[in-house]
Design a protein around this ligand. Sequence first.
Ligand SMILES: NC(=O)N[C@@H](O)C(=O)O
Ligand code: NI
Length: 167
Amino acid sequence: MRTLTIEPLTKEAFAPFGDVIETDGSDHFMINNGSTMRFHKLATVETAKPEDNAIISIFRADAQDMPLTVSMLERHPLGSQAFIPLLGNPFLIVVAPLGDEPVSGLVRAFVTNGRQGINYHRGVWHHPVLTIEKRDDFLVVDRSGTGNNCDEHFFKEDERLILAPHQ
Ligand SMILES: NC(=O)N[C@@H](O)C(=O)O
Ligand code: NI
C-alpha cells in the first residue's frame, strides 16, 4: 500500500479540489469605515437544485487512530462542503480528483496550518474529516436538500493507502 506524502496546503496545490479559506495571500478591502478588512468571496457554496439550502453546522470530530489505512473516500454530488477550524488547529485532508470513482494513484494528502479552512467543490472525492487533535471543532458549510448527496467508494485492498502524519 502506498504511503501518502502529506503536502502543506496551498491555494495553488488545492485548486483541482476546491478553495482554501484563509487570509494569508487573499484579496481584501476595507469596510466599516476602515475598521475592518473584508477577505471577500474566498469560496462559493455550490448547490444543485433551486430549492436547496446552504446550511451551517458544527462538526465535533474525534481523531482516527494513526497511521490510518485510507480504505474509502466519499463525494457530495449535489453540493460543495467547507470545513473551517474553530480552534485554530491544523487538520488533515485526503482528496482525489473528480471522476466516476477515485483513482488510488491520484489520491493526495494535505495538512493545514491552523489558519486555513477548505471548501471541497461539488463532486470532489475526499475522506471524512480528519483531525490531528484528539477532538476538534469545525464550522461546516454545505448543501441541504432532497436526494442522495453522499457517494462512498471503497478501495480494493491493493488500492488502499496509508496516512501517517506522525512519522
Ligand atoms: N457525512 C458528513 O456530513 N461528513 C462528511 O461529508 C465529511 O466530509 O466529513
Ligand atoms: Ni464530506
